[in-house]
Design a protein around this ligand. Structure first.
Ligand code: SF4
Length: 509
């Protein structure tokens, strides 16, 4: 009796119990399909990265003795959709059973559930054996509450999994959260460690992708593509991060600089989200680094919070709120994305740098995503679903379960404050404090009105002014309204004129 087992492109988990032993009655299939390349316009490196890692994983399984059927994007018998390919493979192998790992994306979960419902043979889903939590954990914790505070979820995770606790189950260092210690700008020292990630020759794969007619954007150059593609490369990158980068991660996790696109970020998100790396391994290594005196507590706590806090929490939000979450639009924003989201060609240095590196490396770190690109998108009233689709396409680590709540909820406040306690927006002052972007920018970081005034400044006040009815009762922004109401009428008029001029011509900024 043959069983067909499906492995999705973000299920490259070599530690999964499926692979503990070989079984000649099991055929594993991985498939490069247009269904997955085309549901949103993707960065070239995202398509290359996932396909290259899938090919590597298939070779790894075959080398272990597993039976593997791999469908390349340009194979003539590739029907380019999951159901059509599965039908053909079930027939070819005369499979009498179909199994898959629970997808993390609602769209795929529905598709496979429907597929199994209509299948004449038994179909069964099993856990992906990757996450700490179950899909429904956040819903059970927060229920009908209006605000789902991540910090509450995070502290429970720390206790439940005994992470960074003393013998009395209290947080090490006496605090749960060291965020206030982790907000330094980067003055250029310490030096950013040498990037020793391997370069990959993906010319042949890229030719296959282009020949198959897949549309993409962003740089596909081999020099820029250095993402880990298998377990060995992932573990080397984890070692390098723990030894050389983590000690400085905390201090500079919110910093931004034109001199370094990655600063002290781990670049492990692609490996984690494609499941080549298990979050427990990462958390254990980071905690051990603190306990062995290799990295300060603030750095380790801040990093671990991203993994067992934010990452697991947003997954819970996603599964609790889909499928309608994607339609949320609290402010009714509807402007299309300016053209420079696809080119990086804007005179605003901060956006040119943040979008430019996103297009070049398929990566920007969380403050660039939240406080530069997302900040501008929210201030300018860009349509949240369009912003979501851009983030989902551009970042190599963007899978909908993690990207959507971060973009729509955290960044665009489109859910009305389920995740974020206030809209994450700022004027130029914050960007100037945390980066070197404002030096040499065409725009004046201090001015609020006039042709050379930084667009963030006028848009900031315009945003709070136009959404007063929705925001002024929020205690976290009451100070903003007090300041807004202190402006003289002439100044307020000048700010509105500048903001409206900016909004009328976003493409030319
Ligand atoms: Fe960005 Fe304004 Fe600073 Fe220019 S002045 S880099 S537009 S924040």
């Amino acid at each position: 009796m043959t069983t067909l087992r499906l492995i999705l492109g973000d299920q490259l988990n070599p530690l999964h119990s499926w692979f503990a032993q070989t079984d000649n009655n099991v055929v594993y299939t991985l498939m490069e399909i247009r269904q997955e390349t085309d549901y949103v316009l993707h960065h070239a490196q995202k398509i290359i990265g996932i396909f290259a890692a899938m090919r590597d994983f298939a070779r790894h399984l075959a080398a272990l003795g597993h039976r593997v059927h791999y469908l390349k994007i340009d194979d003539t018998d590739n029907r380019q959709s999951l159901p059509a390919n599965l039908d053909a493979l079930i027939k070819r192998y005369q499979a009498q059973r179909f199994e898959y790992q629970l997808p993390d994306e609602w769209r795929l979960a529905q598709q496979l559930q429907d597929y199994c419902h209509n299948l004449p043979i038994p179909g069964q889903a099993s856990d992906s054996e990757h996450f700490y939590t179950q899909r429904e954990d956040a819903r059970e914790l927060f229920g009908g509450q209006a605000h789902w505070l991540m910090e509450k979820f995070y502290r429970r995770m720390r206790v439940k999994h005994s992470v960074l606790l003393d013998t009395n189950q209290r947080p090490l260092g006496g605090r749960w959260n060291f965020d206030h210690d982790n907000r330094k700008a980067w003055p250029g020292v310490p030096a950013v460690p040498y990037d020793n990630r391997p370069r990959h020759d993906h010319a042949e794969l890229w030719q296959d992708i282009v020949a198959a007619g897949v549309n993409s954007f962003g740089a596909a150059d081999a020099d820029d593509f250095r993402w880990p593609l298998n377990r060995q490369q992932v573990l080397q990158q984890l070692d390098a991060f723990i030894a050389d980068v983590l000690p400085h991660f905390g201090d500079f996790q919110d910093a931004m600089s034109r001199r370094s696109w990655r600063l002290f970020h781990s670049l492990l998100s692609f490996a984690l989200n494609s499941k080549m790396l298990n979050p427990r391994e990462v958390v254990e290594r980071a905690e051990a680094a603190y306990r062995h005196g290799q990295a300060p507590l603030a750095a380790c706590e801040g990093f671990i919070r991203q993994i067992i806090g934010w990452r697991e929490y947003v997954r819970g939000v996603y599964w609790a709120k889909m499928p309608t979450y994607v339609l949320q639009n609290h402010f009714g924003h509807d402007r299309p994305l300016p053209s420079w989201f696809w080119t990086g060609e804007t005179q605003m240095n901060c956006l040119a740098a943040s979008i430019g590196q996103s297009l070049q490396y398929a990566y920007a770190h969380h403050i660039q995503r939240l406080m530069v690109i997302g900040n501008f998108a929210l201030l300018a009233g860009l349509a949240p679903e369009a912003v979501h689709r851009w983030y989902l396409g551009v970042y190599i680590d963007a899978f909908e379960w993690v990207e959507l709540p971060n973009t729509l909820g955290m960044s665009q406040f489109a859910d009305g404050g389920l995740l974020a306690t206030k809209p994450y927006v700022s004027s130029a002052a914050y960007i100037d404090r945390m980066s070197d972007y404002c030096k040499g920018c065409r725009y004046d970081k201090k001015a609020r009105s006039g042709d050379r005034a930084c667009p963030f400044n006028a848009l900031y006040w315009h945003f709070f002014s136009r959404h007063r009815d929705k925001l002024q009762r929020n205690p976290r922004v009451s100070m903003v309204y007090r300041n807004l109401d202190r402006f003289a009428p002439a100044e307020r008029d000048a700010i509105v004129r500048r903001a409206e001029a900016v909004l009328a011509d976003l493409d030319r900024l």
